[in-house]
Design a protein around this ligand. Structure first.
Ligand SMILES: *Cc1c(COP(=O)(O)O)cnc(C)c1O
Length: 218
């Protein structure tokens, strides 16, 4: 199986209205390009430097989502490269994004990363703190909150991820009903190679897939 066939299969399989993000960490720009030529429209990058290299080759043929942990000293670069930041999990990070977006006259669509497994070592905001964070961030002029993202705990059996996806969807639905000004609950990004089926059943409309497109990471 090559990248092209993997992408075609996934695009056939994933229902309409669900965005497939190719999670590109550790892949070469050429591999990313191959995925795009097979129909990928959104590339997910964990590292700003890797994204810069891939973008040099791929350019505007894809949209770029940041899906890693964004350090404050990388925000300036990230703001100029990415079309969406999926992993905002603190007021301070949002403040930094807003500041640099203001300078370049851009409004950055962001997702709020929820630590749905409440794992101490993981990034993301705790489920019960999500609404408060979103209300605080909603006051920034150069950020637009557009939904939620979660990783959930890693399991051998992806079925075990289901409660965490369900919990994130519940938060998503409640926030939608809250009608917070300058917040649009449109995207719910959850599910990876081993769990995207379950994430879609639980309401994801963005799935982030690496291994199933590019093969095992080297
Ligand atoms: C690596 C990564 C993925 C994709 O993981 P696979 O198991 O390779 O599909 C999805 N989301 C994030 C945030 C990642 O870092």
């Amino acid at each position: 199986m090559n990248i092209r066939e993997n992408v075609k299969k996934l695009l056939n399989e994933i229902p309409k209205g669900i965005e497939l993000v190719a999670a590109a960490k550790t892949r070469t720009p050429e591999e990313v390009l191959e995925a795009i030529e097979a129909g990928i429209r959104i590339v997910g990058e964990n590292y700003v430097q890797e994204a810069i290299r891939a973008r040099d080759v791929v350019g505007n043929r894809a949209r770029w989502h940041f899906i890693g942990h964004l350090q404050k000293n990388k925000v300036k670069k990230a703001v100029s490269i990415f079309d969406m930041i999926e992993t905002v999990d603190s007021f301070e990070l949002a403040e930094e994004i807003d500041k640099y977006c203001k300078r370049v006259g851009k409004v950055m669509p962001v997702l709020i990363e929820v630590n749905s497994g409440r794992e101490p070592q993981k990034f993301g905001v705790m489920p019960e703190e999500t609404e408060g964070l979103i209300r605080a961030i909603s006051r920034f002029d150069n950020i637009k909150v557009m939904g939620l993202m979660t990783m959930g705990p890693r399991f051998g059996d992806p079925e075990e991820s289901r409660p965490y996806f369900r919990e994130t969807k519940r938060i998503f639905d409640n926030l939608k009903k809250a009608h917070i000004p300058n917040v649009e609950m449109r995207y719910l990004s959850m599910g990876m190679s081993n769990s995207y089926h379950i994430a879609i059943e639980e309401g994801a409309n963005i799935v982030r897939i690496g291994t199933k497109i590019f093969g095992e990471r080297r």
